[in-house]
Design a protein. Sequence first.
Length: 339
Amino acid sequence: MKHAISRLLLVASTLGLCASAGAETTLRLAHFWPAGSAVNQDIYQAWARQVERQSSGQLNVEIYPSQTLAKADQAYDAAVNGIADIAVTLQGYTAGRFPLTEIVQLPGVVNSASQGACILQTLYDQGDIAGEYEDSHVLFLFTTGPAYLHTRDTEIKTPADLQGLRIRRPSEVAGEMLASMGAQPLGMPAPDIYTSLQRGVMDGLSFPWEAMKVFRINELTHYHLQVPYYAGAIMATMSQDAYDRLSPEMQAVIDDNSGMPWSLKAGQVFDKLDKAGREEAVAQGDTIHVVEDPLNDPAWAAPLKQGTENYLQSLEGRGLDNAEAVYEKALALRERCEA
């Protein structure tokens, strides 16, 4: 009798393990881009489909766009604390939390989203910035293309033209540079910009062309200055607890869809949107000025270089003695990542 019961328990246990192994796990992915945007469809939905297909349906990814699960400036903590299983947001929304990562955002580092993605992911893969993400499980890192200056009613050609203008800043670092040129930086997540600009709360903003199209800001602006003084760093990261709960086989699926391949795919999507965003502004007859070489431009070089120096010195003041080395490495990666 004892042997019969033992055999029954063993069979039940085995069946239970099989059921558990085949059970579907739902992963909640939070981000702030609109559901209908190419960013959502071509990056996050594409990633979800690949994970679901490769896991034979054992992993199901539910996407929560437009800040419906977590606000953009709270998304990283939402992943760390398990409110979301996966979060995608900009490091600049949590000022000071990713100081070495934000070096990639400095003027002259990033010329395109694909290049920026390669630079940022390489710095993470080689351990230069990995310590900033120890409380989560990073999937992939990437960047926007260069962010430019866009205004409703004021034509900007030189830093002096920014005097007194209320400009939305994408990060603390970029905000300090704007302030040094006489602007009044305002902080707000990207989804709030349209309404604020429409109501006259601000005069302009710093955005890459991609975001001008995705968030429909081209509708409200008429003047654009292509001076690449900033690029946005972006992270797709996972709750460590959520990752640890997965079976080794499902962890392997997540691992196979992490790192440089998806970083570069995201960069390519942003590059295409940058092109489309600029074409949209041209089609509506906007005024566009271009600063070809800002770090050597008579008007722009001084404030941009000073802003970079101020930021690196502030990091060293916080005890980050490797800040200059990370900056130099980011610059050195530009040529390798251009290909």
